[in-house]
Design a protein around this ligand. Structure first.
Ligand code: ADP
Ligand code: XUL
Length: 556
């Protein structure tokens, strides 16, 4: 193994432009966190009038967008914060980033000249106000493109065929269906668009002062990229909109250099001239890097605005459920993932309704109620759910005669539970659904789970994960593994560039993981086996009820 140590005085900066905030983490050459920053969109940029970082269109069902310029201003603000804290930008050897997946940005024709000659005396936001052919970016929560999804699937030979080709069946939030909708409903906007970026490649574009490539991993979240050869699929492009390839530009590996940081940042913040911008990628792929997941038996559960379950796999098996992306830190393996829209915002909703808007009260309820909740199970969808595809609504059931087998068990629908049971039904329901779908998707039973995202700070939720999955649960030093992973990828990209070839990321921390900020710590040990078996029964019953709900109310 070659020497992969990093020069002692260098720093590596990673951002995470997520749904609700822009975060940043800085790592030193020993991969230890030096500092972090955060800008919360709702509270710190209130003039964009977002709630949870988004606008929900009251007139178009399922249309959910974010103001593109808000992300630009957040970058101004976070860099100013670093400057005010006397952060030495000149030590940063490379920057990379993470962003919510599937959001898309529409650059107006003629903008590349302005992007390439930004005035370092002025904030970005003052110069890019007129940069976009659409001022609001459709984001991952949007579900207004069902019609386009079906049309694209039909054009390529069916849902499974699209999954074989691109890694996923058509999903409403994926960028291909979103582009097709824009082409169909706002052809003038499509015409006026020079370049379409993902949120990830958009933020990288701001840093290099030119259009950055879309990386192979986030690019797989579009229903447009051939996942085997990691190039645009002509068939999928044609099924989406005419003349699309030239608006998308080229694809690049996640470890590649997108460009040098533009002179704007050198002059305004004193970045070094040779500071590299490494390709940005999606937030879940960056978390996979930050959590150092590298064996198929490791599973990550991310409890952020969305909840996701992901791991790695050596090959791509087409499926009607879940998603497959190229592994962002390996050139051969894949990342497999399940995604839930009703994550933290739905937990907050139940907390506000039932537990006095307090996580403490919420946790007291989890502690007061018994595991299995006396057979009370619930499905809580504040927003239209992705997995399973069910509309907004709550469904609660009591299982009568639920003891040691499913024989004779009957479910009874009820309007609501008492507040403590409601809280437990929500948490158990979310986790049982993850376990059931992970098994159905072919993810192997986990040897261990690494939990991340905002809600992984909650010890009671971690404890339920250990009981339901029956394995040890680990956490990392900070719940924001996406910006940590981005900083790590900045270092990895810098190293690959230095060596002139791809080097395995693990070589950077191979024998010193426990001395870095990447080290996972055991948070909760596996639940007892008898309880895990009872949860298996509860999970089976839940799947039965879920299947019926999907038949009655689902979209597909
Ligand atoms: P994202 O990166 O998707 O914007 P985060 O990973 O930062 O989201 O998570 C933010 C969420 O974390 C908040 O919406 C909040 O509900 C949740 N959260 C924070 N602290 C707790 C806690 N103690 N228990 C449960 N959830 C929490
Ligand atoms: C992944 C997804 C979400 C977003 C949230 O497919 O839609 O997890 O990446 O930021």
């Amino acid at each position: 193994m070659e020497d992969c140590s990093l020069p002692e005085d260098f720093l590596f900066l990673g951002f995470d432009c997520s749904t609700q905030s822009l975060k940043a983490t800085v790592l030193d050459a020993n991969l230890r966190i030096v500092t972090t920053e955060i800008v919360n969109f709702d509270s710190e940029l209130p003039h964009y009038k977002t709630k949870d970082g988004v606008h929900r269109d009251p007139f178009v069902n399922g249309r959910i967008v974010s103001p593109t310029l808000m992300w630009v201003e957040a970058l101004d603000l976070i860099l100013q914060r670093f400057r005010r804290s006397n952060f030495d930008f000149a030590k940063v050897a490379a920057v990379s980033g993470s962003a919510q997946q599937h959001g898309s940005v529409y650059w107006k024709k003629g903008i590349s000249v302005i992007l390439g000659s930004l005035d370092s005396e002025k904030p970005l936001v003052d110069q890019l106000g007129d940069a976009f052919s659409m001022k609001e970016s459709p984001i991952w929560m949007d579900c207004s493109t069902t019609k386009q999804c079906r049309a694209i699937e039909e054009a390529v030979g069916g849902a499974l065929e699209l999954s074989r080709l691109t890694g996923s069946v058509a999903h409403e939030r994926y960028v291909g269906p979103q582009i097709r909708k824009i082409f169909e409903t706002q052809p003038e906007v499509y015409q006026d668009t020079a370049r379409i970026s993902l949120v990830s490649s958009f933020m990288a574009s701001l840093l290099i002062g030119g259009f950055a490539c879309i990386d192979h991993t986030d690019g797989a979240g579009m229903n447009l990229m051939n996942i085997k050869c990691r190039d645009w699929s002509k068939l999928a492009l044609e099924a989406t909109a005419p003349g699309l390839e030239e608006k998308l530009g080229e694809l690049a590996p996640a470890h590649a250099v997108a460009g040098l940081v533009s002179s704007y940042y050198v002059d305004r913040y004193q970045f070094r001239k040779d500071c590299l911008v490494i390709q940005w990628s999606g937030d879940n792929p960056n978390s996979l890097a930050g959590l150092t997941l590298n064996t198929p038996g490791d599973l990550a559960i991310s409890l952020g605005t969305s909840d996701t379950v992901f791991g790695i796999a050596s090959d791509h098996k087409p499926s009607l459920e879940g998603h497959v992306f190229p592994n962002p830190v390996d050139t051969k393996s894949y990342m497999v993932m399940l995604v839930y829209k009703n994550g933290s915002l739905t937990r907050e909703d139940i907390r506000n309704r039932c537990a006095n808007k307090s996580w403490e009260a919420f946790n007291d309820f989890l502690l007061q109620t018994p595991p299995l909740n006396g057979g009370k199970i619930g499905f809580y969808y504040k927003e239209h759910e992705i997995l399973p595809p069910l509309p907004a609504g709550f469904h609660q059931y009591v299982l009568d005669n639920f003891y040691d087998s499913l024989e004779g068990v009957r479910e009874r629908e009820v309007a609501e539970f008492d507040p403590p049971s409601e809280v437990r039904a929500l948490i158990e329901g979310q986790l049982l659904s993850m376990r059931a779908h992970a098994e159905r998707f072919g993810m192997p039973p986990p040897n261990r789970i690494v939990a991340t995202g905002g809600a992984s700070a909650n010890a009671c939720i971690l404890s339920s994960i250990a009981s339901i999955f029956g394995c040890d649960v680990y956490t990392v030093q900070r719940p924001d593994s996406a910006s940590l992973g981005a900083a790590l990828r900045a270092a990895h990209g810098w190293l690959c560039n230095e060596k002139g070839k791809f080097v395995p990321i693990s070589w950077m921390y191979f024998d010193k993981l426990e001395k870095t900020s990447l080290n996972c710590k055991l948070a909760v040990t596996a639940g007892d086996k008898e309880l895990v078996c009872k949860y298996t029964l509860l999970m089976k019953k839940r799947v039965e009820i879920e299947n019926r709900l999907v038949q009655k109310l689902g979209r597909r």
